[in-house]
Design a protein around this ligand. Structure first.
Ligand SMILES: [Zn+2]
Length: 713
């Protein structure tokens, strides 16, 4: 009532400037003055009555929500019990909510009290989203997660509210705008959780942010196009704008405190505001998003440190001349390492997939110079996490810091090998990738994919890499060549030219989204097989390579919403192809290594041990080499019981589909199949005259410059 009256007074005060209105105003004032004495005693009585009640209201408004919060943290089963510090924080929060409520009641500001509590209820409902999703996804949150999630929005809101109270006049509008913005941001974060849950059936984690940081804008846009329709985005933006306006508009009830507060109340409010800001900071740190962000930042920082050190190491050499001499004593040889992308062996015919997606590799598998390993796993499901371990000393089984880990390139150069890097993956992401840093240590470098992450440029098919092998001098018999493919990364339809469109075979058929994804993926696998054939053709017939190794960084789960997000872990995401070619000369000169390869073809392997395994093949064993991680060394000490994936979080032996009780029978069948096919085909040697180059009509690639270190010096 007081508010209304003052509002009326204000309105008339505004009209004062108009000359004709003066008498009317004075009349109104007179009327007010007449009315006032009548009302006064009644109001005072009411006030005194509510004055007596306000302490009770304070107690109710503090204790009731506090009890509910306690119940909720019990209900969501926070481990670590009811951490005392967290409870104190929550209690202090509601003490403040109680104070504000009591103030409103004491001054009969019913609408303000209603607005306050509607907002609190709304924010609380949002705060319950993370604890609720955690129960749906079996993620255990600890007490700080739950109290952080439940109290952060309220702290933010109360901070804005008290700020509005201690600020004069127009400044309150700023507090209202900030409040509306904060709530909108908070709502957006919560809806990200929900959206992420619907897409991945998991609670948001470091994996999503890392994936975002590792992809460039073009890839992110591709992902959005695949997963979220534009109509959905439009509806979302409209809803957010509407919500922002609604919050701002309604905040006038509790934020536009018109009645002047006493000096005592003002100082109480100031104290409240300061306490609130401090608690708010503590509380934000306890939210899921803050913890995920901090973890992501830490990981990216470690990649960044690694990259800096790799760059520094370009000119830093192993100092001990004795070790260098031993490294240089490694036998000569031309070695090729091919890194695939997002290829799961579950979609490869050579590993038993029903569609003929691998005509070249199926033929190669029966050639005695190729050894196919049928139980290879990746150590994670995302490129950078895998390759930083696959290409360096660091792996899941040692506790080395990534920054101290030497890479295959570093060691090959120390041993006097000429190194070449040929890549179809971008060298610079939004965060320069550590893989780019490893490759940047090579003597010769061809980065075919030249875009830096802000623009969509032609996507080149992996066949463009093959001619670059011809730039390598086959007469230098001490070389390492690394080829990094784009492979079968989403979007699959961008990874193969029209000549390799093979599925679906019945083009008139109406397909579901998951069938389309499956067909597109298989087309990309078919093309990748052709790329591998072309690479092997050059590697054996032109370079006369001593050994070629092929593996994929990780697998892929091909569903309606395909991908390799670690949050949606499935073993198909870590089922990778892994095979080694060795020349007849290599087999003659290094019979021990070759024998071990054949012996271990049915044993499980994780690709973070690739560094030691590959150095073993090259014979670089004098330093920074651990034979217990070398798959082809007699000292190799891992087996199905100790091998891990997902950075040590999942045991390989849990993959019962591959390594269950049927393993021995399956392996025998696989080996038998190879033998049968070899016998049926008459000759088991791969016949290159039957490998016909396919003329691809897609635009030919402009030639890229050699950016290698050999060019600089
Ligand atoms: Zn990858």
């Amino acid at each position: 009532m007081t508010r209304k009256k003052i509002k009326a007074g204000k309105a008339s005060a505004g009209k004062k400037d108009l000359p004709g209105k003066k008498p009317a105003d004075e009349i109104k004032k007179e009327i007010n003055e007449i009315k006032e004495p009548d009302k006064e005693p009644v109001k005072k009585m009411e006030k005194r009555e509510s004055l007596g009640h306000w302490k009770r209201w304070w107690a109710i408004a503090t204790l009731v929500p506090f009890t509910i919060a306690l119940f909720l943290s019990w209900y969501f089963g926070a481990p670590g019990g009811y951490a005392f510090a967290s409870q104190i924080k929550v209690f202090l929060l509601f003490l403040q909510v109680g104070f504000v409520t009591a103030y409103f009641i004491r001054h009969d500001l019913k609408k303000a009290a209603l607005h306050l509590w509607l907002t609190i209820a709304f924010l609380w409902a949002l705060g319950l989203i993370v604890p609720f999703l955690s129960t749906q996804t079996n993620v255990l949150l600890d007490m700080s997660d739950i109290s952080g999630e439940l109290s952060t929005p309220l702290y933010l809101f109360i901070s804005c509210l008290t700020a509005a109270w201690i600020l004069p006049g127009k400044w309150r509008t700023i507090a209202r705008i900030i409040c509306a913005l904060l709530i909108v941001v908070y709502v957006l974060i919560q809806f990200t959780y929900i959206g992420y849950y619907f897409i991945t059936h998991s609670l948001i984690s470091i994996n999503m942010l890392l994936a975002l940081a590792q992809t460039n804008l073009a890839e992110t846009m591709e992902y959005i196009q695949v997963n979220i329709p534009y109509a959905g985005i439009a509806v979302g933006v409209t809803a957010v704008l509407l919500l922002g306006w609604l919050i701002y508009h309604n905040s006038r009830f509790s934020f536009d405190r018109v009645e002047s507060v006493s000096r005592k109340t003002w100082f109480a409010m100031l104290g409240l505001f300061i306490v609130n800001l401090g608690l708010c900071g503590l509380s934000i740190g306890g939210t899921r998003i803050a913890q995920v962000y901090a973890e992501t930042y830490e990981t990216l920082q470690s990649f960044h440190d690694f990259q800096k050190i790799v760059e520094a190491r370009r000119n830093m050499r192993i100092k001990d001349p004795e070790i260098i001499e031993k490294l240089k004593a490694a036998p000569d040889g031309v070695y090729v390492l091919v890194i695939g992308e997002s290829l799961t062996r579950d979609h490869m015919n050579v590993y038993g997939y029903e569609r003929d997606t691998t005509p070249f590799q199926s033929q190669a598998a029966i050639d005695p110079h190729y050894v196919f390993f049928n139980h290879a796993y990746s150590c994670y499901t995302q490129t950078v996490q895998v390759l930083t371990e696959a290409l360096t000393e660091k792996n899941q089984y040692n506790d080395m810091a990534l920054a101290n880990a030497y890479s295959i390139i570093d060691m090959a150069r120390e041993a006097g090998f000429h190194t070449t890097w040929i890549s179809n993956q971008s060298r610079f992401g939004i965060w320069d990738t550590p893989i780019g840093a490893i490759g940047s240590a090579c003597d010769d470098q061809y980065w075919i994919n030249q875009y830096v992450g802000t623009d969509v440029i032609t996507k080149d098919y992996d066949t463009v890499l093959v001619p670059y092998l011809k730039k390598v001098d086959p007469n230098n018999r001490r070389q390492l060549i690394v080829i990094h493919l784009m492979g079968s990364h989403v979007s699959y339809w961008d990874r193969y030219p029209s000549e390799f469109y093979h599925w679906s075979e019945d083009q008139g058929k109406v397909r579901s989204t998951s069938e389309i994804m499956n067909d597109e993926y298989d087309n990309s696998v078919l093309f990748n097989d052709y790329v591998m054939g072309s690479i092997m053709n050059s590697a054996t017939n032109y370079l006369h390579a001593d050994s070629v190794m092929y593996f994929s960084d990780h697998g892929e789960q091909v569903t309606e919403r395909p991908g390799h997000n670690a949050d949606q872990f499935d073993f198909t995401m870590v089922h990778i192809p892994f095979w080694v070619y060795t020349s007849p000369q290599y087999e003659r000169e290094r019979p021990e290594e070759f024998r071990m390869m054949l012996e271990r073809r049915n044993m499980p392997f994780t690709n973070d041990m690739l560094y030691d395994t590959f150095l073993g093949i090259m014979g670089i064993k004098a330093a920074h080499y651990d034979p217990t991680d070398d798959f082809f060394s007699p000292k190799y000490d891992k087996d199905v019981t100790t091998l891990m994936t997902m950075y040590g979080n999942i045991m390989i032996r849990n993959d019962v589909e591959q390594l269950g009780s049927d393993k021995a029978a399956n392996d025998a069948a696989w080996n038998q199949g190879l033998q049968d096919r070899a016998r049926a085909s008459g000759s088991d040697e791969f016949d290159w005259s039957r490998f016909k180059p396919v003329k691809i009509s897609a635009k030919p690639m402009p030639e890229v410059e050699n950016e290698g270190l050999s060019q600089a010096s």
